[in-house]
Design a protein around this ligand. Structure first.
Ligand SMILES: *[C@@H]1O[C@H](CO)[C@@H](O)[C@H](O)[C@H]1NC(C)=O
Ligand SMILES: *[C@@H]1O[C@H](CO)[C@@H](O)[C@H](O)[C@H]1NC(C)=O
Ligand SMILES: *[C@@H]1O[C@H](CO)[C@@H](O)[C@H](O)[C@H]1NC(C)=O
Ligand SMILES: *[C@@H]1O[C@H](CO)[C@@H](O)[C@H](O)[C@H]1NC(C)=O
Ligand SMILES: *[C@@H]1O[C@H](CO)[C@@H](O)[C@H](O)[C@H]1NC(C)=O
Ligand SMILES: *[C@@H]1O[C@H](CO)[C@@H](O)[C@H](O)[C@H]1NC(C)=O
Ligand SMILES: *[C@@H]1O[C@H](CO)[C@@H](O)[C@H](O)[C@H]1NC(C)=O
Ligand SMILES: *[C@@H]1O[C@H](CO)[C@@H](O)[C@H](O)[C@H]1NC(C)=O
Ligand SMILES: *[C@@H]1O[C@H](CO)[C@@H](O)[C@H](O)[C@H]1NC(C)=O
Ligand SMILES: *[C@@H]1O[C@H](CO)[C@@H](O)[C@H](O)[C@H]1NC(C)=O
Ligand SMILES: *[C@@H]1O[C@H](CO)[C@@H](O)[C@H](O)[C@H]1NC(C)=O
Ligand SMILES: *[C@@H]1O[C@H](CO)[C@@H](O)[C@H](O)[C@H]1NC(C)=O
Ligand SMILES: [Cu+2]
Length: 582
């Protein structure tokens, strides 16, 4: 098999110039015992440590990450959120779509080209493993950063909700028929920097680029730094025209890069507030229950460690800047004319067994046997037939088409939708209760781009992409619990260019070890329309990664560290609230 019309990755790197290099990481994925919010539990880490390490490269580099699964009796996989995966769709890491699950004691290499600068993150795209800890920052530096003269240093700040229970029992309880209001699990705390220090050392007079990353499983956060302005320069991994704001709302999976200048006459430390938004709709003037922010973390920008770090920050009302009004830095106009539209109506639903699910167009995503990319690579020109892929919400778009994606959110809560492989243009994302999209809605002619957008309750959003990145890409809500309820669809982009696409041998070996076919339709049948073996009913018993005896033995075998993680209560708060959100 050959790579068809793909540029080879070496050619891509050469085009980036002589400074391009290869950046390599060797990782064992391991269980680690940690207490990020003061409560000790098993988490999934890397090389016997947690929080997970930073991946860093420059634009033009080739990043290789050798991953060895040391979880004992559990499979895994890594996805690189926001990375376009130009020519390397087989490295996108979504388990069941771009690869098979990686079995215990199997190794696989991820290799991709750092085509675009930005603040990214990586995480497991399998079995709810990222709320269990398997996530970390991924930064692609830009030698041609248009803002590089405007800041002195950069700092990564991650924020997240945190659960004290492992995810499998939480998900099993959520998909129970008695969960009549589709309630997701409620976190126990908010953590900053995965429980490590929330103090950021700064110097008066300097400007910092803060790379804010939200890797919540569920909730969004508001963030504000004392009375200091934030100048937003990038959202997700797209530069915007600099815009000064006071506070931001960052949904699960979103990133914001902001510049903050410490006054040169500063004689104190500056508290910042990260407030988890547990509201279904923070903008609702008449909310169904009182607006509350039960999980706050106050961190400090520390100019002088001798001075007080007890200061708190109170915000009367969060009025975050509307992120669809940012302007793209490169002035790229709205793509058009649209040649194909993908209309996705989201609503909760039930499967034939009466189990709660989430649906696009009345269908819930049901994982199949053969990774969809492997079907696309092996079905010849029958890979353009959506029905070959089973009930995974497949939608086919031809190379070069201008695709408009419309999402109608028929639910009373905000949901952050994400597309793999693209920074999409956001042409419309009105406020709550705007109703469903219609042909005559107003569109932004100079839309911002990002890869995750929070769609408001009882409202809609309109995105556009150019279908120039052949591959199989998921479109899904980034609330991990909603992924587990099936709120995912699959874009089959330029399938004619995926015919005979090469899958590396180590990725094939992972399938072989588990007896998963690597060719044919969703069930591995040679005939695309032979549906024998398709999975048509979602399983009622949830199988996830649980720390148990086999895991402990594996952890004992690899554990060479004497201290596994930092524990700090300075950066966390928790209460035992049982507020419910749907
Ligand atoms: C690894 O070893 C350290 C030190 O003995 C211990 O504190 C930690 O809990 C161990 N980790 C696991 C996952 O067993
Ligand atoms: C539903 O039943 C499951 C299993 O018995 C239990 O864990 C869960 O708490 C129940 N949920 C509700 C909403 O009653
Ligand atoms: C975590 O929060 C859940 C939901 O509020 C609660 O049931 C559970 O007891 C909490 N766990 C701990 C250890 O506080
Ligand atoms: C992170 O995203 C979640 C989910 O959208 C949200 O509830 C939470 O408030 C966000 N956190 C921050 C710090 O932006
Ligand atoms: C962007 O930065 C320039 C130069 O610092 C400044 O003049 C301008 O007011 C800023 N624009 C916004 C919208 O903040
Ligand atoms: C800030 O809040 C914390 C926690 O509520 C409290 O212990 C502390 O005294 C407060 N600091 C000030 C300066 O009020
Ligand atoms: C969290 O911060 C917000 C904004 O200042 C405030 O309204 C809320 O009461 C705080 N929550 C707690 C539990 O302190
Ligand atoms: C596509 O499917 C048809 C049957 O629908 C079959 O005749 C044809 O050989 C298939 N093409 C390829 C390339 O497998
Ligand atoms: C794909 O491979 C098959 C089998 O080797 C070959 O017959 C076919 O021509 C190839 N198609 C393309 C588009 O490369
Ligand atoms: C791994 O082991 C744990 C307990 O030892 C068990 O609960 C879990 O189901 C096992 N996972 C698999 C995939 O067998
Ligand atoms: C792992 O190591 C701990 C501490 O040495 C020991 O108590 C435990 O029995 C070991 N577990 C397994 C499954 O080997
Ligand atoms: C991964 O684990 C293997 C076997 O347990 C060990 O030999 C190797 O050094 C580990 N690699 C890293 C990078 O820690
Ligand atoms: Cu959602």
């Amino acid at each position: 098999m050959h790579r068809g019309s793909f540029a080879s990755i070496a050619v891509l790197a050469q085009a980036a110039g002589s400074l391009a290099k290869s950046v390599n990481y060797d990782w064992n994925i391991t269980w680690v015992i940690a207490s990020p919010d003061g409560f000790t539990r098993p988490v999934i880490g890397i090389n016997d440590a947690w929080p997970c390490p930073l991946v860093e490269a420059n634009v033009g580099d080739i990043v290789t990450i050798n991953v060895n699964n040391k979880l004992g009796n559990e499979t895994t996989g890594l996805h690189f959120h926001g990375i376009n995966q130009i020519s390397t769709n087989n490295m996108d890491g979504a388990v069941g779509v771009n690869q098979c699950p990686l079995p215990p004691d199997y190794k696989v290499q991820y290799l991709f080209y750092a085509d675009a600068p930005g603040t990214y993150w990586y995480h497991s795209h399998s079995m709810g493993q990222y709320p269990d800890g398997l996530r970390g920052p991924l930064i692609i530096h830009d030698p041609q950063d248009p803002y590089q003269d405007q800041y002195d240093e950069e700092v990564i700040l991650t924020m997240s909700d945190w659960y004290r229970d492992q995810t499998p029992p939480l998900i099993q309880a959520m998909i129970d028929p008695n969960n009549t209001n589709f309630a997701p699990p409620i976190p126990n705390s908010t953590i900053v920097n995965d429980g490590a220090d929330s103090h950021i050392n700064v110097e008066p007079g300097k400007t910092y680029r803060l790379r804010l990353i939200n890797w919540s499983a569920m909730f969004s956060t508001f963030i504000q730094f004392d009375a200091l302005d934030m100048t937003v320069i990038m959202i997700d991994s797209s530069y915007v025209k600099n815009q000064t704001v006071q506070n931001l709302r960052i949904s699960a999976a979103q990133r914001s890069d902001v510049l903050i200048t410490i006054p040169s006459d500063a004689d104190r430390n500056f508290p910042y507030l990260v407030a988890m938004d547990l509201n279904q709709d923070f903008a609702d003037p008449d909310p169904p229950r009182p607006i509350q922010f039960p999980f706050n973390v106050t961190g400090q920008l520390v100019t002088d460690a001798e001075k007080s770090t007890d200061g708190n920050l109170t915000v009367q009302k969060f009025e975050p800047y509307d992120d669809v009004t940012f302007s793209p830095h490169d002035d790229e106009a709205a793509l058009g004319p649209v040649t194909k539209r993908w209309l996705l109506n989201f609503a909760y639903c039930h499967d034939v067994n009466g189990y709660p699910r989430a649906c696009f167009n009345e269908s819930t995503y049901i994982a199949q046997k053969v990774p969809a990319l492997y079907s696309a690579a092996s079905l010849g020109d029958n890979n353009t037939r959506p029905d070959a892929y089973g009930p995974i919400g497949a939608f086919v778009v031809e190379y070069g088409e201008i695709l408009e994606i419309v999402v109608n959110n028929n639910n009373e809560a905000i949901h952050p939708f994400h597309l793999h492989g693209h920074q999409f243009q956001v042409l419309a994302r009105p406020g709550s209760n705007a109703g469903n999209w219609s042909e005559d809605v107003e569109l932004n002619a100079l839309p911002p781009r990002r890869d995750t957008v929070a769609v408001n309750p009882k409202s809609y959003a309109v995105f556009r992409i150019k279908a120039d990145n052949p591959g199989v890409f998921l479109f899904h809500c980034h609330v991990e619990w909603h992924v587990e309820l099936g709120l995912t669809a699959t874009l089959i982009e330029a399938p004619d260019r995926l015919v005979n696409y090469t899958i590396p041998q180590d990725h094939m070996d992972a399938c072989d070890a588990l007896g998963i076919p690597t060719t044919g339709n969703a069930a591995g049948n040679v005939d695309w329309d032979n549906t024998d073996g398709f999975v048509t009913v979602p399983p009622t018993v949830y199988i996830g990664s649980l720390y148990g005896e086999a895991a402990e033995a594996a952890a004992n075998a690899t554990n060479t560290t004497s201290t596994t993680s930092t524990t700090s209560t300075a950066s966390t708060t928790s209460i035992t609230s049982t507020t419910e959100t749907t």
